[in-house]
Ligand binder design. Sequence first.
Ligand SMILES: Nc1ncnc2c1ncn2[C@@H]1O[C@H](COP(=O)(O)OS(=O)(=O)O)[C@@H](OP(=O)(O)O)[C@H]1O
Ligand SMILES: Nc1ncnc2c1ncn2[C@@H]1O[C@H](COP(=O)(O)OP(=O)(O)O)[C@@H](O)[C@H]1O
Length: 206
Amino acid sequence: MSTMGNSTNIFWQESPVGKLERRKLLNQKGCVVWITGLSGSGKSTLACSLSWELHTRGKLSYILDGDNVRHGLNKDLGFKAEDRTENIRRVGEVAKLFADAGLICIASLISPYGKDRDACRAMLPDAFIEVFMNMPLALCEERDPKGLYKLARAGKIKGFTGIDDPYEPPLNCEIELNQKDGVCPTPSAMAGEVITYLEDKGYLQD
Ligand SMILES: Nc1ncnc2c1ncn2[C@@H]1O[C@H](COP(=O)(O)OS(=O)(=O)O)[C@@H](OP(=O)(O)O)[C@H]1O
Ligand SMILES: Nc1ncnc2c1ncn2[C@@H]1O[C@H](COP(=O)(O)OP(=O)(O)O)[C@@H](O)[C@H]1O
């Protein structure tokens, strides 16, 4: 019996089918690939490419994209610091469930604060792979597929990451992706880099 947050008198319920059984069934190890970076840095593009590459190899994955999760589970949250923190905390908890279910969970969110990403890492010992899309702000702003940087520069969006809200680059990420000689690698090349990491660390087998 324990007390968790505001809940008291609660009991952990065990299940007859555990992580190891699911691992064998799926022939993969559940984990979280956490993609962080500025708006427009290519997080969603990488998430989609990675998910597709995994699918073609017979590996089960699921994408938790910041934009999408904010349409449902997190639609009550905005972009002030405590809302971003709660956004990341909830997605971290959901990602932990997906990883426990045996999936390769791909979370793609700006996740601008180091302490929030580290809190997710702490929830997932040995199963958290942080991927930093280290693209220059100038490139993201030039891409501006949703026109949000333009609005932020015009003062029509307040607290936009990279413009008038902070982005704290990771200090301890597993994978950093950047431009090579001023050219951004293709999405499939970047996905390939992540797949190689997952293969080398044994996540793509039971
Ligand atoms: N103020 C502000 N700052 C940053 N981003 C903003 C903002 N307002 C709206 N958007 C849009 O929301 C998307 C980011 O949502 P996230 O859940 O990933 O953000 S966070 O991790 O909670 O910081 C982000 O999507 P991406 O461009 O895919 O990153 C934007 O489209
Ligand atoms: N590796 C890449 N090479 C060239 N263009 C890219 C690459 N990755 C993303 N893009 C383009 O950059 C823009 C932003 O990508 P997106 O994945 O939506 O970023 P984010 O999810 O970080 O906001 C899109 O128009 C996308 O087509």
